[in-house]
Write a protein that binds this ligand. Structure first.
Ligand code: HEC
Length: 143
């Protein structure tokens, strides 16, 4: 006798690892980035998440991009991160959960909770420019 398969709606769940393919051309599959061109995410996401407001900042970068000089792990970058506002709220949450967990950054942050679509939705209204996102970054106390 065949038991009926329990249908799990995988197709409605955004796949962060798959979505990360859109980031890997710049930040690389291993999250190490390219020195002086694209900042690393592996290990750096924990640095951002451990700052007050870091969680919201990550959502803002995905929604509106980032432009201007930043410093990551002692290296300067002055590039342009494109906006990913075309992604759905749950897709942005999923790709952020991917970069937070793929290289163990979540383990370095006390009480990490997965990003939710509702958090993304709550910020989407703001509509910042990539330069304004840079100002948000400065508020975190990152170089
Ligand atoms: C076209 C290249 C490119 C793509 C594609 C790209 N990024 Fe970026 N990203 C950058 C650059 C360049 C910066 C740094 C911008 C600067 O120097 O101001 C950056 C910055 C960031 C930052 C902020 C780092 C910090 O210290 O503030 C995060 C987080 C990030 N990217 C995540 C992602 C994710 C997730 C994706 C995929 C959805 C993605 N990026 C796609 C080029 C890219």
């Amino acid at each position: 006798m065949h038991k009926p398969l329990h249908i799990i709606p995988y197709t409605t769940q955004a796949d962060g690892a798959k979505l990360y393919a859109q980031c890997a051309g710049c930040h690389q599959a291993n999250g190490q980035g390219i020195p002086r061109a694209f900042p690393p995410l592996a290990g750096h996401v924990a640095e951002i998440l451990s700052k007050q407001g870091g969680r919201e900042y990550l959502i803002k970068v995905l929604l509106w991009g980032l432009q201007g000089q930043i410093e990551v792990k002692g290296m300067k970058y002055n590039g342009f991160m494109p906006s990913f506002s075309q992604l759905k709220d749950e897709e942005i949450a999923a790709v952020l959960n991917h970069i937070a967990t793929a290289w163990g950054d979540d383990k370095k942050v006390k009480g990490f909770k997965p990003f939710t679509a509702a958090e993304v939705k709550a910020l989407r209204e703001k509509k910042l420019t990539p330069q304004q996102v840079l100002e948000e970054r400065k508020k975190l106390g990152l170089k």
